[in-house]
Write a protein that binds this ligand. Sequence first.
Ligand code: ADP
Ligand code: ADP
Length: 234
Amino acid sequence: ERLIELRDIKKSYGNVFAVGGVNMAIDQGEVVGLLGDNGAGKSTLIKILAGAVKPSSGEILVRGKPVHGWSAAKSRAAGIETVFQDRALAVQQTIVRNIFMGREITTAMGLLNVGKQRAEAERLMRDIGFTSKVFSPDSIVGQLSGGERQGVAIARAIYNQADLIVLDEPTTALSLTETEKVFRFVRNVRESGRSILFIGHNIHHVFDIAERFVVLDRGRVAVEITKPEVKTVD
Ligand code: ADP
Ligand code: ADP
């Protein structure tokens, strides 16, 4: 199923087109890599997806239906969650507090008490591939590695019932080992049927994980590549 489609999306700042007519679609369960140099328009495009920036023109369709007056609320309602770089987590807090951040109202209403939150956090961590021997929901996020922090942000997006998780350069500052951890989390998310849009500077950041790549150049889709399926002979 087609989850989201952008049709001829443009965004200009003065006479500069940050995004100059992008067509792009993401299907349910797909992992798509969005690549491009600095200034290519990646940030602007994901802010548009998040409803934080209004496109100057173009159309956004959710599950085949055009959505009018696209906004942050409509983006959320469409099941889109963005994990923005560096802005995601409260590092002095525990994993469970981070996953349920902003959900205190639910707690106050008694729908999810602390014990249930811990159990839910544990389940989410297991589902996305945390090694339970090392981490508990009470681990402090500041003591986790970079890749593991991305995992906590991903767990939170899943808790928020995201169908599409947008990851803003989640591995750009990470070592190879840490990048592998993030890839493991992403693979588990895909197995659960969710879609991922994975932003990176270059192909090395996404090659192992994405099945399709969209390369932006000066606000336009310069290349779109679907990775050929590699069949192993046994
Ligand atoms: P990327 O994320 O790929 O580095 P951006 O979306 O941040 O690209 O930027 C695309 C282009 O739009 C750049 O030329 C940038 O300077 C410009 N741009 C982005 N945001 C703004 C803004 N708020 N005001 C003016 N120009 C902007
Ligand atoms: P990124 O590469 O992730 O876009 P930047 O440091 O380039 O990070 O941009 C940070 C913020 O500044 C973003 O909100 C972006 O929209 C804005 N921005 C980028 N380029 C410009 C610009 N030329 N003028 C004004 N704001 C800009």
